[in-house]
Each structure stands twice: as C-alpha cells, then as structure tokens.
Ligand binder design. Structure first.
Ligand code: SF4
Length: 87
C-alpha cells in the first residue's frame, strides 16, 4: 500500500560543483523521464489516498505546469494530503 510518495526530478540547469544530489544538466531528457515516471506510477500505484506528496531534486521547478498536472492527476491527492516541494 502506497500512502506517501517522493518524486525525484533529477535535472538542473547546470550541475553545481559541490552538489551530491542525483541531478544532471540534461533537461533535454526531461520528456523521456516524465514519460517513464508516469508509466511507473500507473504500474505500481493503485489509487491509494496519499498522506504525503513530496517533489525533490534536482530542480522540480523545471517541470512545466502541464507535466505537474499530468503527474498529480495520476495520484489520489486530497485536501488532507501534505504537499511539499523543494525547488
Ligand atoms: S540540486 Fe541544487 S545544488 Fe545540486 S546541482 Fe541542482 S541546483 Fe545545484
């Protein structure tokens, strides 16, 4: 049962020298990554109501609004879901 989801967006405009997070300056790969992410959600996630939805990275704010909407629309997010993002 899945009640808490962390979604990693592993892209940044550039890779900072000191950074140890999993992130790559390959924004051109974003579309492929989002396509794979949505497939994984559809395969593993069974519409459980989420307690927490967390986006991290990388730089999650590089996602466009359509990608955010498409991802969130695959998830059972309610008014009780705690939403967090590090941008
Ligand atoms: S995650 Fe933050 S610190 Fe790391 S490369 Fe991206 S912008 Fe730089």
């Amino acid at each position: 049962m899945i009640n808490n989801i962390y979604i990693h967006i592993p892209f940044c405009r550039q890779k900072c020298n000191y950074c140890s997070f999993v992130s790559y300056p390959l924004i051109t790969k974003m579309a492929d990554y989002i396509r794979a992410l949505k497939s994984e959600i559809k395969y593993f996630y069974k519409n459980e109501e989420l307690s927490t939805l967390y986006f991290g990275g990388g730089t999650p704010s590089l996602l466009n609004i359509e990608d955010f909407e498409q991802i969130i629309n695959l998830l059972n997010v309610t008014n009780d879901t705690d939403r967090k993002s590090v941008v």
